[in-house]
Design a protein around this ligand. Structure first.
Ligand code: NAD
Length: 496
């Protein structure tokens, strides 16, 4: 047996049980800190997708799930929340082994998932229809909200369990069944997570996971005629392909895509807090977050002093083993992502931006792929480093003159996921809030998200919103019912 064959194996998860793929093929998954393979993941195919969607459809139409009251669905979600807390350290370790997220952040994130399940547990039996006061006599019209059916959930590698739960908790609260396709780089935590749903008492087929690659699993899943809705988080290219496929099948979608978010610092801000906000915006999670504040807009009067303080602070950030509690910046999660970030550092240099911090790959830790916190100044907003998502620890600093200039630069980009504003002036903050086109605006803070609050993008950052009360609507159809009390015979050729 070769060393690779001796690694632990993860199967697909279909109909409530680990299930080997039809074509008995597995691919290795790496630990980005060591650069070594640590497990084998089942390589799903279109035939596996067909099995999983078949199981999800059967569970949706038949068996106990459709007979469960909304309150009972809520009780199951609460049980999942309890299991998440019980298993959080183990799930966090597995996720970290796949994507290299630092200890403090990954454990906090996994524990916090329980709150999403509690929130939608509470919401499950509070989705109410309306009685419609129609203009017609002798009828009672009312609406019912019914689950859409089988939902496909497709997620990236940066926060696998979190981004899945943003879709999974409301989908299950609504009464849908799901087939999840995690990123090929981070499948293990999702497979461990899926087993908790059987433990919680979900009927087989309600939650299924098919691991594998975008073309081999994602494409057939999106195109499957029995999939009613697609919840996707990931890059713009895959997002566009999914939207096109969904249009052909006339399916609904929620798309959470990329960003190039402006973090705007005015000269009257609490500059130390703003500096920490800039660090959190771009260097937390090594910049591998969709909401990264990757364009730092600094008012010209404070630009040089602010950058100097930022460089001083960021240069002391500790890179290293993500399992070590004192590490602040872990490895880049995947090899292709590492190469992409390094190529953007070269692009920025070639465009004439000046690197005042970092800019180099580091290999002395663990053997995996690290990139130093990197800051570019002399950036013009038309440069590629200011327009394109890098998804790494690379900051582009752009000066601005006044409020109107800041807003112009902030909006001069194709994305609209988020923005930050740092000021003590209410007028300035409101001026920006009213004008910047982004789904989230943080004032004097950066990077907060919650199960209570809608999250999503303007422009090319996506379609729809996740989290909060309205997110459950993405998984529901509205049916309007007309009940007649008419006793007389009516003329069938005249519309009432
Ligand atoms: P990606 O788009 O390459 O892959 C995401 C998922 O889609 C993976 O599971 C992949 O296998 C699958 N996929 C790829 N092509 C597909 C296709 N044609 N049909 C169906 N599925 C397909 O993204 P990634 O590199 O894994 O993640 C990084 C991206 O995710 C960044 O652009 C980032 O901005 C985005 N992201 C967005 C948010 C948000 O909430 N807006 C959050 C995190 C990450």
């Amino acid at each position: 047996m070769s060393q690779v064959e001796m690694l632990p194996r993860y199967e697909l998860y279909i109909n409530g049980a680990p299930t080997p793929p039809i074509v008995a093929d597995y691919f290795p998954t790496q630990n980005p800190y060591t650069g070594k393979d640590w497990a084998l993941i089942a390589r799903g195919s279109a035939a596996d997708v067909d099995r999983a969607v078949g199981a999800a459809r059967l569970a949706f139409e038949d068996g106990p799930w459709p007979t469960f009251s909304a309150s009972r669905r809520g009780a199951l979600l609460r049980r999942v929340a309890e299991l998440i807390v019980a298993h959080a350290p183990r799930l966090a370790r597995i996720e970290q082994r796949d994507n290299g997220k630092v200890a403090a952040e990954v454990l906090t994130q996994v524990n916090y998932l329980a709150e999403y399940f509690h929130y939608y547990a509470g919401l499950a039996d509070k989705v109410q229809g309306d009685v419609i006061p129609t203009d017609k006599a002798g009828v009672l019209a009312f609406t019912r909200h019914e689950p859409k059916g089988v939902v496909a959930i497709i997620t990236p590698w940066n926060s696998p369990l979190t981004l899945t739960s943003w879709k999974l908790a409301p989908a299950l609260a609504a009464g849908c069944t799901v087939v999840i396709k995690p990123s090929e780089f981070t499948s293990a935590s999702m497979l461990e997570f899926a087993a908790l749903f059987s433990e919680a008492g979900y009927p087989p087929g309600v939650v299924n996971v098919v691991t594998g690659f975008g073309e081999e699993v994602g494409v057939p899943l999106v195109n499957h005629p029995d999939v009613a809705h697609i919840g996707f988080t990931g890059g713009e290219i895959a997002g566009q392909k999914i939207y096109e496929a969904a249009a052909r099948g006339l399916k609904t979608v929620t798309l959470e895509l990329g960003g190039k978010s402006p973090n705007i610092v005015f000269d009257d801000a609490d500059l130390e807090r703003a500096m920490l906000g800039a660090v959190s915006g771009i260097f937390a999670a090594a910049g591998q977050t969709c909401q990264a504040g990757s364009r730092l807009l600094v008012q010209r009067s404070i630009h040089d002093a602010f950058v100097q303080r930022l460089v001083e602070f960021a240069s002391a950030a500790r890179l290293g083993d993500p399992t070590d509690a004192s590490t602040q910046i872990g490895p880049i999660a995947t090899r292709p992502q590492f190469e992409k970030i390094m190529s953007y550092i070269e692009i920025a240099r070639a465009e004439g931006a000046r690197c005042v911090l970092g800019g180099r790959a580091r290999r002395e830790f663990g053997g995996g792929q690290f990139i130093e916190p990197t800051i570019f100044v002399d950036v013009d907003n038309r440069m590629r480093i200011a327009q394109e998502e890098v998804f790494g620890p690379v900051l582009a600093v752009i000066p601005f003159d006044d409020e109107a200039d800041a807003v112009r630069i902030a909006n001069d980009v194709q994305f609209g996921l988020a923005a930050g504003v740092w000021t003590r002036s209410l007028q300035r903050a409101l001026y920006v809030i009213e004008r910047v086109k982004a789904g989230t605006i943080w004032v004097n803070n950066y990077r907060a998200t919650s199960y209570t609050s809608p999250f999503g993008g303007y422009k090319r950052s996506g379609i729809g919103r996740e989290s909060g009360v309205d997110a459950i609507r993405e998984y529901l159809e509205t049916k309007c019912v007309w009940l007649s009390s008419e006793l007389d015979v009516v003329n069938p050729f005249v519309r009432r």
